[in-house]
Design a protein around this ligand. Structure first.
Ligand SMILES: [Zn+2]
Length: 747
């Protein structure tokens, strides 16, 4: 339905808008009940003050409307030259204005979105959500936008705010597709209280025309010249890419009026009980927060760095343990890694929340947390890709789009950057006469990978070093953009695009994934809608990585094949970069899962492998579980951890120069590892004695030697790269200083 154009004088307009605001805020007595009567006065006040802020001498200030064009012209115009400045300005305004209604986060459900027409179900109004991703092929049920069935100016996408809402802006994006060019280049916005009579968003005396998209992916923000109070809002395309269709994805910015403090509560009906620092932290702020945690809890925390990003930002780790800085015999080590993809930011904030929470609850004497901290050495890496994060952060939660900031500064996808040990192992097994004789664990890094010119990111190098330095037992890798927990392998055999590729520890990995997925309030919600096009609820929200899609060189697979550490990937939310107002709710959604998952490090068997004579622990002893084609090794002090589901197991332990020892050990249902120690007797090997007599080293097996050698090479090349980069950085810095001093002298 079209509105009539206003013919009012400019001077009268503001007054009318204020009146209209009053009317619109109070007139809806059919669907809004008690909420309106009492609060409408203050709401009107809010409205008036907002209005007066954006006006000068009765005239709407043009600078207050980025993305706004003068009426009459439908030709698309590009953003101003000072793009970066404009970006910052937009972001600033976005943060100060109202939060997203939740088209992207799915807080707005399908029934709240209507359209004038649509081409087919897969392009229906429910697909008109910011950052929604299309299925593998166009033309299925899950296409990448809402697309109108007609190409005229009477098409609209309508969102029902369900409550009186102060609408402040619209974010528009084109269609997600690699085959077509479908986007809207300009549009109008109309508002209504009953979805029957509509009023246009005005710019002076004329209906405002907003600048839309110039490509399919970049989100473009437009603020309404004057915020308007209503229940329904319509996006009404006026022009579009010449050969394309009218297609769009959108987010609406609005504050619900009957719930004044809504922005920091009840995002998903979850009330935050913990008073944590719920906001997005850039590099500086993250450092500050981590420092404040160590000041609050000096006895159980320690910050250390494992390396640097390409741009020289440090990869900080927070250690939480009753004896920070030190491995304790028998105490398992755990890690969370977040923000590997720089624009997947929820994990980063959850990990920062977690360190604050553990510190405070430990001090408060929360028995569960005290036990966890006392019995576990916890390592938290909130950001594996701080360079990428800064790129996404500078755009902000709604304007970063889907891809910006994912990669490292060099353009490397870190989750494809680990060496593909799967293929090395499978090839060796295939070539072997007896595949069971091929070492099934601690697979060394291939030679090419250790070279200086190998395409291996600084961030990956840092993490590999870290993985070998600490005897991690369990880990999770926190991502975003979907809602599912995936378990290894991520890489498929023969690089099939999709194939269920289980590890020998499949049942325990499924348990681990289930622990997280079934206790996460958002994931486990049976009412939840699928994020984009994959329905993981039919698999109880867990899936084998390879069965989802082939990822060669993933961190999970590397962790499992190169070290003792089991790792799963958690895709935390549909939205990669949730608005800050979602963070308290997301903490509540994830808190129990984060804690319970860490507690799984205490399952299965653990023990110490000792020399019978000296009683000393034996490093690198092999622990083999019968019928499990994946061995693990003991750590430096001879202690080991073997994650297993409940059951009876036959375990064999041996080490170079020792006779194997066999024990039968039972893993119970309770979340407490069964102690299964071994004492090994040395073999009377003459050669060994000879070597000993000469004061030489005990020979390690070839695989171990190779593994240690390659890591040394990798570290050497990393060091060379870092020195070169540091030199270049200093040169640049000197050049910059020279330039600035010469330019200042000419001034
Ligand atoms: Zn990711």
């Amino acid at each position: 339905m079209q509105h009539t154009k206003s013919k009012m004088e400019k001077s009268a307009l503001v007054f009318i808008i204020v009146l209209a605001g009053t009317f619109w805020a109070t007139a809806d007595n059919t669907t809004e009940t008690a909420a309106t009567s009492k609060s409408s006065i203050s709401e009107t006040t809010t409205f008036e003050s907002t209005t007066s802020e954006t006006t000068t001498n009765g005239r709407i200030t043009p600078t207050a409307t980025p993305g706004l064009k003068s009426t009459g012209s439908w030709a698309p115009t590009r953003p101003s030259r000072a793009a970066k400045k404009e970006e910052d300005k937009q972001k600033g305004k976005l943060e100060m204005g109202c939060p997203p209604l939740g088209l992207e986060s799915l807080r707005v459900d399908d029934t709240q979105i209507q359209a004038s027409s649509f081409q087919r179900f897969g392009l229906g109004p429910h697909r008109g959500r910011l950052n929604v991703q299309s299925g593998i092929e166009d033309g299925d049920l899950y296409d990448g936008a809402w697309c109108a069935d007609y190409k005229d100016q009477h098409q609209w996408l309508e969102v029902d705010g369900r409550h009186l809402t102060r609408f402040t802006g619209v974010i528009l994006q084109g269609r997600n597709t690699i085959w077509r060019r479908d986007w809207v280049t300009s549009y109008k916005v109309q508002l209504s209280n009953d979805s029957i009579s509509w009023k246009g968003s005005m710019n002076g005396t004329l209906e405002a025309i907003f600048e839309g998209n110039a490509d399919g992916e970049s989100p473009v923000l437009a603020l309404l010249p004057v915020p308007m109070v209503a229940r329904y809002i319509r996006i009404n395309p006026q022009s579009w890419y010449p050969d394309g269709d009218i297609c769009l994805r959108a987010e609406i910015l609005g504050c619900r009026l009957d719930e004044p403090k809504q922005s920091f509560s009840s995002a998903q009906g979850a009330e935050p009980k913990d008073n944590l620092d719920f906001r997005h932290h850039n590099y500086q702020e993250m450092r500050k927060l981590m420092k404040s945690v160590t000041e609050e809890c000096p006895d159980i925390t320690r910050i250390y760095t494992i390396g640097k990003s390409y741009m020289g930002l440090k990869l900080y780790v927070m250690e939480i343990s009753d004896n920070p800085g030190k491995h304790e015999l028998g105490e398992p080590e755990f890690r969370y890694v977040a923000n590997m993809h720089g624009n997947e930011v929820l994990g980063r904030e959850l990990v920062l929340n977690l360190m604050q929470y553990l510190c405070r609850e430990y001090k408060r004497g929360n028995q569960r947390v005290v036990r966890l901290v006392t019995e576990t050495r916890i390592h938290l890496l909130p950001s594996m890709n701080p360079d990428g994060y800064e790129v996404a952060y500078n755009k902000g939660s709604e304007l970063a789009g889907w891809g910006e900031g994912r990669y490292t500064f060099e353009g490397i996808d870190l989750n494809h950057n680990f060496p593909d040990l799967n293929t090395i192992l499978w090839d060796a097994q295939e070539a072997a006469e007896d595949p069971s004789k091929v070492p099934n664990h601690y697979v060394p890094i291939p030679e090419y990978y250790t070279k200086e010119d190998a395409m291996v990111a600084s961030e990956t190098r840092a993490v590999i070093s870290w993985m070998q330095d600490i005897p991690f037992v369990l880990s999770a890798n926190l991502h975003g953009g979907e809602m599912v927990v995936t378990y290894p392998y991520d890489g498929t055999e023969n690089w099939a695009p999709q194939a269920n590729t289980p590890t020998p520890d499949n049942s325990f990995f499924r348990w681990l994934a289930t622990v997280y997925a079934s206790t996460n309030r958002a994931l486990a919600n049976p009412e939840r809608r699928l994020c984009h096009h994959d329905d993981f609820q039919v698999y109880n929200n867990i899936i084998n990585g390879g069965a989802w899609h082939h990822v060669p060189g993933s961190m999970n697979d590397f962790s499992y094949l190169h070290t003792n550490c089991f790792e799963v990937t958690v895709e935390l939310s549909c939205d990669k970069y949730p608005h800050a107002s979602e963070l308290p709710g997301e903490w509540e959604n994830n808190k129990e899962s984060l804690l319970l998952y860490m507690e799984q490090v205490h399952r299965g068997l653990k023990g110490v492998v000792r020399d019978k004579e000296s009683k000393k622990g034996i490093e690198d002893a092999v622990i083999r579980v019968e019928d499990h084609e994946h061995d693990i090794r003991s750590a430096a002090d001879g202690d080991y951890w073997r994650l297993l589901n409940p059951g009876d197991y036959k375990i064999v332990a041996w080490a170079e120069g020792y006779f194997p020892a066999v024990r039968h050990c039972r893993v119970g249902m309770e979340p407490r590892a069964t102690i299964c120690d071994f004492t090994l007797t040395q073999t009377p090997v003459k050669r060994l004695k000879e070597i000993r007599a000469k004061g030489g080293k005990i020979p390690q097996d070839l695989q171990l030697r190779l593994r240690a050698l390659r890591l040394r090479k990798l570290r050497a090349s990393t060091k060379a790269i870092n020195q070169r980069r540091e030199g270049q950085r200093m040169q640049r810095e000197q050049a910059r200083k020279a330039r600035s001093s010469s330019s200042s002298s000419t001034l």
